[in-house]
Design a protein around this ligand. Structure first.
Ligand SMILES: Nc1ncnc2c1ncn2[C@@H]1O[C@H](COP(=O)(O)O)[C@@H](OP(=O)(O)O)[C@H]1O
Ligand SMILES: [Mg+2]
Length: 257
C-alpha cells in the first residue's frame, strides 16, 4: 500500500481511537497509577485496543510498539519498519479535561518517521503527514489544508515558544535566556510539535524526558511541513533503538537549518 493510501487508513483508525477516548471523557472515569507513577485511564486502554485492532487489519504484518504495550516487542520487521503508537498522549490534560491530548500513530522506517497522524479528538483537529505526500491539518469535517512552518523569526522579533503544561523543566529557563525575547505558551501533548508545524509557534525546546511514542508521529508532521526535530547536538531525532524508550532532550524548530 502506498503512503498516501496508508495515511487515509491510519487517519481513520486514529479518529476511531479518538471516539473511544471521547466516550470516556464524557463520563466519570477511574485513574490508575503506572509503575513509573504516571497516570493511566480507561481511555488510554480503550484507544490502544482500537488502534491495535485497526493496524492488525491492514495488509502485511508490521510490528506495533505502543505506550500501553511495550513488553514482548521484538523490534522492527525485516524491512526495518514498525508502528509507533501513543494511544493517549497528554493523559494529565485528559484528566484535567482541558482538551490538550492526542492520539499518535507513526510509521517508522529505518529509524525515521515516514508517516505520522496526530488527532486531538476534543479539539476536533488532526495533523497528517507522509513522505512524498506532504503535511496537512484537518479541522472538524473540513478538507485537508496543507501546512508549513513559519521560518526563522526576523532579527529582534519575539520568539513564539511552546512548552509543556504539566512537566516543567529546570533546564529550560537557562536555554530561554540564551534565546532572547520570547513569549511562552504552555500546551499539553504532541500538539506542541504540531503548532510549530503549522507556523503558530517558532520553537519547542524539550529539555526534559519524553518517550519515542510522544514524538514519532508529530515529528513526521514537523518534517514534512519544513521544520526540524533535533537533539541538542543538531542531529535529527531517531527511532532506531525501540528497546530503549527514552528520547534525548530535543529542539523543534520551525525553520530549515
Ligand atoms: N519522567 C518522564 N519519563 C519519561 N517520559 C515522561 C516523563 N515525564 C513526562 N514524560 C512524557 O511526556 C509526555 C507528556 O508531555 P507533555 O508534558 O509535553 O504533555 C507523557 O506522555 P503521556 O501523557 O502519554 O504519558 C510522557 O510520556
Ligand atoms: Mg505520551
Amino acid at each position: 500500500m502506498d503512503l498516501a493510501t496508508l495515511l487515509d487508513r491510519i487517519h481513520n483508525i486514529a479518529l476511531d481511537a479518538g471516539q473511544a477516548i471521547m466516550s470516556v471523557y464524557a463520563r466519570d472515569f477511574s485513574i490508575e497509577e503506572k509503575e513509573d507513577k504516571s497516570p493511566l485511564t480507561e481511555a488510554d486502554k480503550a484507544a490502544h485496543e482500537v488502534i491495535v485492532a485497526g493496524l492488525k487489519a491492514l495488509p502485511g504484518e508490521i510490528p506495533v510498539l505502543s505506550e500501553e504495550h511495550t513488553e514482548g516487542f521484538a523490534g522492527a520487521d525485516a524491512e526495518s519498519r514498525y508502528w509507533l503508537v501513543d494511544p493517549l498522549d497528554g493523559t494529565k490534560e485528559f484528566i484535567k479535561r482541558n482538551g490538550e491530548f492526542t492520539v499518535n500513530i507513526a510509521l517508522i522506517e529505518h529509524g525515521k518517521p515516514v508517516l505520522g497522524v496526530v488527532v486531538a479528538p476534543a479539539l476536533e483537529v488532526s495533523y497528517l503527514a507522509a513522505e512524498g505526500v506532504g503535511a496537512f491539518k484537518v479541522e472538524g469535517n473540513g478538507e485537508r489544508q496543507p501546512i508549513q512552518v513559519a521560518g526563522r523569526p526576523a532579527e529582534g522579533t519575539t520568539w513564539r515558544v511552546v512548552g509543556s503544561r504539566s512537566h516543567p523543566s529546570p533546564d529550560l529557563a537557562e536555554w530561554l535566556e540564551q534565546l532572547g525575547p520570547h513569549d511562552m505558551v504552555p500546551m499539553g501533548s504532541s500538539l506542541k510539535l504540531c503548532l510549530v508545524a503549522e507556523g503558530a509557534a517558532d520553537v519547542y525546546p524539550r529539555l526534559g524526558p519524553t518517550c519515542l511514542w510522544d514524538t514519532g508521529a508529530a515529528q513526521a508532521v514537523v518534517e514534512q511541513a519544513g521544520g526540524r526535530v533535533e537533539t541538542l547536538a543538531g542531529q535529527p531525532l531517531r527511532y532506531s533503538h525501540p528497546q530503549e524508550h527514552l528520547n534525548p532532550y530535543f529542539l523543534v524548530w520551525g525553520s530549515p537549518a
